[in-house]
Write a protein that binds this ligand. Structure first.
Ligand SMILES: CC(=O)SCCNC(=O)CCNC(=O)[C@H](O)C(C)(C)COP(=O)(O)OP(=O)(O)OC[C@H]1O[C@@H](n2cnc3c(N)ncnc32)[C@H](O)[C@@H]1OP(=O)(O)O
Ligand SMILES: CC(C)C(=O)C(=O)O
Ligand SMILES: [Mg+2]
Length: 519
């Protein structure tokens, strides 16, 4: 591996707005307790500034911002406010007890917003912005000013507003791509233009705040950082208004992974990224798409045999980051129809099966047959294949016949014929339903005392003609065995699974060494 020499790096401040812009995702509203919990996690993650909410929006938001401000020990806490005294009063009221309070005030600068939304002239916007910053400044040194819809604003007017805001005391000026309209090269040029044409820009930090309407939020943020921006406004999992905001994890890991091209550092503890992502998803109820960069379920998963073989030999063949770096324990080899022998052997070894080459060949053939029918082959499938194909001899019990009656007007009943050690036995029994009736009858015929720990049904293929697959987990005298059965009729599949589980228990009773692998 080529060792990278890390160039001198500069600091990029991470401003997290999961609790404010993130909460603007439809359906993502959080209560105060949830916001507090998330704020604690974001502090652990190491964000520099946490925008806790929009205190003028509601009593609840005010309360949450105020409690977060009092709770956090090291993180700056910001409250958003329109360019109005009332909003700024509320923002200050909520953040004032923070160790480092920040008032974040904003007004739109694009002509379309001026004309249709604000009904203001450019001069009025400048005046409003200056008054708002000055008023905020009367409470705290730490004032951020945002030019909403900055990326669609006239460049020279944008520079004029920033110059006036900095003159009025803003310590951070933020250039948002509010509607996710910018293209990376264009946004980079705009940032450079602002840096070159705002005379007092060196007195403030230039921030960017991108939305993801064209899927370009991370690219725009990185280009802007390259062009001189030093604060990135982001959210966990990229949640936010409409298509969301720039995702924290993508920006941080891009800077972390590509220091030669992006020689910038953040204060983020990357190992806290994944737990933070899980918490945001759990609290907001917004699921993370499986193929989401960094935190998606598949971000470190490998399904193709050639990739799996490579990853087993050296993870860097197909992984540009270590999963541990973002707080994941390990990469995941997903076993499916594209998997090869190396991945299968490795998974079996993790499960405690050290097979010879011949045994592996037998299991591999059965595994591929199953993988053709099923998307993912999971550990329980492998257990069945190994025990069926390698460990087990002939079955003691065989299902020869099953007939059930059930419906809304009859008592569920099952008639069963089994072969027990080659001898036919039959009987009938009742139950709460046809499956319960079948299990009761089979238990009576076999004399088993096994306890049913788990029963699950899934469809191997799609549609109403799907092959139903039933899995049972049985326990007897401390031994646990899985049973599987597949059939288009799930009642038959259930009986097959139960009989299969009983056979496995019998096998384990007779082979205590193998039994230890199931504990
Ligand atoms: C790009 C962004 O993410 S901006 C933040 C967006 N977030 C939110 O809006 C969530 C919180 N918002 C709210 O709870 C409400 O909108 C409130 C409480 C702030 C205001 O509610 P209302 O007083 O009923 O006003 P409403 O939301 O309908 O309209 C917004 C008003 O603010 C004005 N306004 C919008 N932005 C600004 C600004 N930055 N500075 C001053 N005034 C502004 C609008 O022109 C409009 O004024 P009008 O009533 O004179 O036409
Ligand atoms: C309030 C500002 C920063 C905003 O969220 C936006 O412009 O998208
Ligand atoms: Mg926004």
């Amino acid at each position: 591996m080529i060792k990278r020499s890390k160039p001198m790096s500069e600091r990029v401040y991470i401003f997290d707005t999961t609790l404010r812009d993130g909460e603007q995702s439809p359906g993502a509203s959080m209560n105060t307790a949830e916001k507090m919990r998330l704020a604690g996690q974001l502090e652990k993650l190491g964000v520099d500034v946490l925008e806790a909410g929009f205190p003028a929006a509601s009593e609840g938001d005010f309360d949450a911002v105020s409690q977060i401000a009092q709770k956090l020990k090291i993180t700056e806490v910001a409250g958003l406010a329109r360019a109005s005294k009332e909003d700024i009063d509320r923002a200050w009221g909520a953040v004032q007890h923070a160790v480092k309070p920040r008032i974040h005030t904003f007004i739109a600068t694009s002509d379309i917003h001026l004309k249709y939304k604000l009904n203001m002239t450019r001069d009025e916007v400048v005046k409003n912005a200056v008054e708002a910053v000055k008023y905020a400044k009367s409470f705290t040194e730490n004032v951020e000013f945002s030019a909403e819809d900055g990326s669609r604003s006239d460049r020279d007017f944008l520079c004029r507003v920033f110059e006036a805001a900095i003159e009025a005391g803003a310590t951070v000026v933020n250039l948002p791509d509010t509607v996710g309209y910018a293209i990376p090269s264009e946004f980079g040029e705009l940032v450079k233009y602002v840096m070159d044409h705002t005379p007092n820009i060196h007195k403030a930090i230039l921030s960017i705040h991108c939305h993801n309407d064209l899927g370009l939020a991370t690219a725009n943020t990185l280009t802007a950082i390259n062009a001189g921006a030093r604060q990135a406004e982001v959210t966990i999992n990229g949640i936010g208004e409409r298509a969301g905001n720039t995702s924290l994890e993508e920006v941080v890991m891009a800077l972390h992974t590509r220091p030669n091209y992006l020689p910038m550092e953040t204060n983020i503890r990357t190992e806290a990224i994944y737990p933070s992502s899980r918490l945001v998803s759990m609290i907001t109820g917004i699921l993370v798409q499986p193929n989401k960069a960094i935190v998606g379920a598949n971000a470190f998963a490998h399904e193709a045999g050639i990739h799996q073989d490579g990853v087993l030999k050296n993870p860097m063949t197909y992984e540009i980051m270590k999963p541990e770096t973002v707080g994941l324990n390990r990469n995941k080899l997903v076993l499916g129809k594209h998997s090869g022998r190396h991945a299968l052997r490795s998974r079996l070894k993790d499960m405690g099966y050290d097979l010879s080459d011949e045994e592996l060949s037998v299991v591999f053939t059965k595994f591929k047959e199953l993988a053709d029918k099923k998307k993912h082959v999971v550990d329980e499938d492998l257990e069945v294949i190994v025990t069926e194909g390698i460990l087990r001899t002939s079955d003691i019990f065989q299902l020869e016949y099953q007939h059930v009656t059930s419906g809304t007007t009859v008592f569920p009943m099952a008639s069963i014929k089994l072969s027990v050690n080659g001898r036919s036995v039959q009987g009938a029994g009742y139950g709460n339903g046809p499956i319960d009736a079948s299990f009761n009858t089979i238990a009576k015929l076999t004399g088993t005392e096994a306890e049913l720990l788990r029963f699950s049904v899934s469809a191997i293929t799609g549609g109403t003609d799907a092959l139903g697959e039933v899995t049972v987990r049985l326990k007897e005298n401390g031994l646990i065995a899985l049973g599987k059965g597949a059939d288009p009729d799930i009642i038959t599949a259930s009986a097959k699974a139960y009989v299969n589980g009983l056979n496995r228990l019998e096998y384990l009773k007779a082979h205590p060494v193998q039994a230890s692998q199931f504990m």
